[in-house]
Every structure is written in structure tokens, then in C-alpha cells.
Design a protein. Structure first.
Length: 499
């Protein structure tokens, strides 16, 4: 019924091309040939299969299906490009080789229409692998024209809003999402092969925890309580380690009510994994192996280009402590500084801005100096280790220096790719750190964490020494596809509504 209403929409509201297409649809429907009534077409070959196995398929009957992307030719002979899931194949249609009525109907088809074709595989006189059509069925009518051939769909805003058109007309976009799918499969295969168990944990929680980020808040009507969309999967997963599931991981959507830029979207995908009886060094080895093997398996090389830089993922990536990196790039030796006041003064002296929601500490000064002055200089894969306790509320303290934690982040091309800890398993220390987060929240820090009494309770039952790792799936796919914005690797990125 809704399609009939659309068909009968006043002509003055439609462009000329849309009007013509709707008239064609109306004529088909009046003749009892409504293309929207077609229910299935059992194709048996794709464009890629025909091209890859042409010698053995030449002369054989095939059924192909897809979208008409071009039409050329005059009178009794026509050439078309058919686009299916794998790519494009040329169609050759000749009136004296088909039912004349079918050919005449086909001549009225439009670019963008979806068709099923029965014919034989052959090579044209110019040598192009093609399908010689014997019958062509209109399976769905395109009522809107595709973007103009030579300019295509270039406007980024429109591409992201109309990803369906973007996928039709820009082949490289489909490639990005094929690589994304293959990378996620690789992550699963990699972890499954190492004895990890995939699990699912809640998206809605009564407490926001597991990361430092501003949450989305929603309301549960039946319980009449506010709930938080998860900002991380960490705390539920570590509860499972307490429960004896020694190796677990979750690939899932994360939601953070924060700004949008080329590296950030309010909802994004991570994989978090936890392994009992290892530490952050074990996670470093695992991450390096996972990402380098993904590049080799999916792209066939360790050498990539990203954001104008040549990136080498050959295993053996440098590992620097945060204070070593800061000293290397700024000259400030935070390990020679003992007081908060001196550390803050040293950071401010080189233009570092410190948060105003709390009294800055030695740890804050070290972290902000790295974040603002060093991160932008890290191009090749580099592990930055030993983060301050002040910014690592869930990581185990270093036995060598209680101001630091056994934590690392991997940076490639100025971007953080993942974050990992030797997990804090001391419930007393953990509660004190949660309390410090609560105090920061009370002072106005909307990204600070909350007290999670149940998680403390879980730790009191005993969490074995554990290594944990969180990886940004979207960032990794940006690297593998040489994409300059996260919106290129999320099918439906968050967009501001149009007026």
C-alpha cells in the first residue's frame, strides 16, 4: 500500500528523472509485471567467479544477478555493466538471440535497476569476459538515479548519511568494510586458537565503570532507575576471571558521550581480552603478534601507508616507559622530580595545560606532558609503558615505583591503538582508587569513575594475576585501509540530524 502511495505522489514534487522512472513503474504495474512482486532469483555465479575461472566456464550457462551500472549500444545490440557482490561483469544483449519482447522490455530498463540474467559465458571480439544474455528479468526498479558517472558521490557528509549509495558507486568503500570484516574474523580466530572463550556482557549497567569517560544515560521504566550504556567491558570480564574462566574476550560496541573528530565516534567497537596468570608483558607480545599477523594475512605485507606515513609492522616494536619517552622528546626527567609542585611547574614551563578539576599531581603532570608533547611524535609502532597511578585506576602498581603502574598503550602514527594492564587484584587498593575517582567526580569531573562495590566484592574472592588488553577495532581498520577518519570504517557513523 505504501508503495502505491509513493507511485501516486504528485508529479510536481518529483524531479524529471524520478517522474520518468515512476511512469515506467506504473506502466509495468498496469501490465501486471510489477517488479516488486518478484520474490527470488537463484543465481549460480558471480562476476569474480566468472573472471577467475573463465577458461573452464567459457560457453557454459550461468545465472547472474546484480545492479545495472551502465548501458551502451544502439538498436538491436546492447552492452551493460552488471555489478554484483564481487564486482562487475559485462552483459551482451542482442535482440536476435533473445525473445524479442524480453529485449524490448530490457531496453527500457534504467541504470540502477536490479536484474537477473540467464546466459552463457563468452569473450567479446575485444577480448572482454562477458555474459551473453538469453533472458533478463527485472527484479527491482530503481526509482532514484545513481550519482552522475564521472563525479560520483564525493561529498563526505552525503556519503556517510547515504552509505547505501556510497557502497554502490564507490568500490573502495566496500573494500574497507570487507577488510573490517576480515580483521574481526582474524581477531576471533587468533584468540580462539589460543584458548580464549568469547562471551557477552551487559550493555546497560547501573554503574558507569571500566574506563575514564562520560557515559550515555538512559532510563529503565520498569525499574524506574537511570542506567548507563557501557563505556567499557572491563569489569564484567574480570568478574569472569574471578569465576574461573581463565581466558575470555568480548568484541562489542562501546558508547561514550564525548566529542566527535577523525579519531572518535560516540559508539565504536573494541575487543577486550583477559588472561589469568600473565601480565602486561604477555599482553604486549600478544598484541604485536595479533596486529602484525593481521596485516600479513589480510594485506600480504607488513609495510603499510597511513595518514601519509610509511608504517612498518614487522614484529619487534620498540618499548619505552612513559618517562623515558617524555625525557627523549622534551628533555624533562620526571624520575628526577619528587614533588607534585616541581613536576607541575616543569610541565607548565613547556606549555602543558593541566586539568582544573583537581589539584594536579606528579602523575598528572607526567601523563599530560606525554599526551600533549610526545604522542604526536610517535609514528612507527611503539609501546609506551609504566603509566602513572593517577590516570590508571584499574592497573597494578609497579613493585619498583608505587607512583607507576604496569600498563601500556600502543601508538601508531600518533594514534592510540590499544590499552593494557597487569590488572589490579588487591581489593583494598582498588577500593581506595575507586574512592579517589568518586572524589574527582564530586569536584565536577564527569569522566571520572564510580564506586563499584560488587566488583570489590568479586576481588575479595580472589582475582589471580591477570593481564588485560583493550583494542580499538575501528583504529586498527583505519590503519589497514589507510583511512584518515573513523567515519570511513564505520558503516553508519553518528551524524548531526539535518534540519
Amino acid at each position: 500500500m505504501s508503495e502505491q502511495k509513493t507511485t501516486q505522489q504528485p508529479e510536481q514534487e518529483l524531479s524529471e528523472q524520478r517522474r520518468v522512472r515512476r511512469e515506467k513503474l506504473a506502466a509495468l504495474q498496469a501490465a501486471g509485471e510489477d517488479p516488486f512482486q518478484e520474490t527470488r532469483f537463484d543465481w549460480d555465479a558471480t562476476s569474480a567467479q566468472i573472471k577467475e575461472h573463465f577458461d573452464e566456464m567459457e560457453g557454459k550457462a550461468v545465472k547472474v544477478a546484480g545492479r545495472l551500472m551502465s548501458k551502451r549500444g544502439m538498436g538491436k545490440v546492447s552492452f551493460c555493466d552488471l555489478q554484483d557482490r564481487d564486482g562487475r561483469i559485462q552483459l551482451y544483449a542482442r535482440q536476435d538471440e533473445m525473445d524479442e519482447a524480453v529485449y524490448k522490455k530490457f531496453k527500457k530498463f534504467d541504470i540502477g535497476d536490479i536484474v537477473g540474467v540467464e546466459g552463457e559465458v563468452f569473450r567479446t571480439q575485444r577480448g572482454e569476459m562477458s555474459v551473453r544474455a538469453r533472458n533478463i528479468t527485472l527484479l527491482s526498479k530503481a526509482l532514484l538515479p545513481l550519482p552522475e558517472k564521472f563525479h560520483g558521490l564525493q561529498d563526505r557528509e552525503l556519503r556517510y548519511r547515504q552509505r547505501y549509495v556510497d557502497l554502490i558507486v564507490n568500490p573502495e568503500v566496500k573494500r574497507n568494510f570487507i577488510i573490517r570484516s576480515r580483521f574481526i574474523k582474524h581477531v576471533r580466530d587468533f584468540l580462539d586458537g589460543r584458548g580464549y572463550m568469547e562471551v557477552e556482557t551487559p550493555v546497560l549497567n547501573t554503574i558507569s565503570g571500566g574506563a575514564t569517560a562520560r557515559p550515555f544515560i538512559t532510563h529503565h521504566n520498569t525499574l524506574d532507575i537511570d542506567m548507563y550504556m557501557r563505556i567499557a567491558t572491563e569489569l564484567p570480564l574480570k568478574r569472569l576471571i574471578v569465576g574461573g574462566l581463565d581466558r575470555v574476550y568480548e568484541i562489542g560496541r562501546i558508547f561514550r558521550n564525548e566529542g566527535m573528530d577523525p579519531k572518535h565516534n560516540p559508539e565504536f567497537t573494541t575487543v577486550e581480552l583477559y588472561q589469568a596468570y600473565t601480565d602486561f608483558n604477555g599482553m604486549m607480545d600478544l598484541f604485536e603478534d595479533l596486529l602484525s599477523s593481521a596485516a600479513q594475512k589480510i594485506l600480504g605485507t607488513y609495510q603499510l601507508e597511513w595518514q601519509g606515513e610509511q608504517i612498518d609492522l614487522t614484529p619487534g616494536w620498540p618499548r619505552l616507559t612513559m618517562h623515558e619517552a617524555v625525557k627523549q622528546y622534551t628533555g624533562i626527567d620526571f624520575m628526577a622530580i619528587s614533588s607534585d609542585e616541581e613536576a607541575v611547574a616543569a610541565a607548565k614551563a613547556i606549555g602543558v595545560e593541566l586539568p582544573e578539576t583537581a589539584d594536579p599531581t606528579w602523575g598528572n603532570a607526567l601523563y599530560e606532558t606525554f599526551d600533549q608533547k610526545v604522542e604526536e611524535k610517535l609514528v612507527q609502532p611503539t609501546f609506551i609503558t609504566m603509566h602513572p597511578v593517577d590516570v590508571s585506576p584499574l592497573a597494578k602498581r609497579s613493585p619498583k615505583d608505587p607512583r607507576l603502574t604496569e600498563r601500556f598503550e600502543l601508538f601508531i602514527c600518533r594514534s592510540e591503538m590499544g590499552n593494557a594492564f597487569s590488572e589490579l587484584n588487591d581489593p583494598i587498593d582498588q577500593k581506595q582508587r575507586f574512592q579517589k575517582q568518586v572524589e574527582l567526580r564530586a569536584k565536577g569531573d564527569s569522566e571520572a569513575g564510580m564506586m563499584d562495590e560488587d566488583y570489590i566484592n568479586a576481588l575479595e574472592y580472589g582475582l589471580p594475576p591477570t593481564g588485560g588488553l583493550g583494542i580499538g577495532i575501528d583504529r586498527c581498520v583505519m590503519l589497514l585501509t589507510n583511512s584518515d577518519t573513523i567515519r570511513e570504517v564505520i558503516l553508519f557513523p553518528t551524524m548531526k540530524p539535518l534540519d
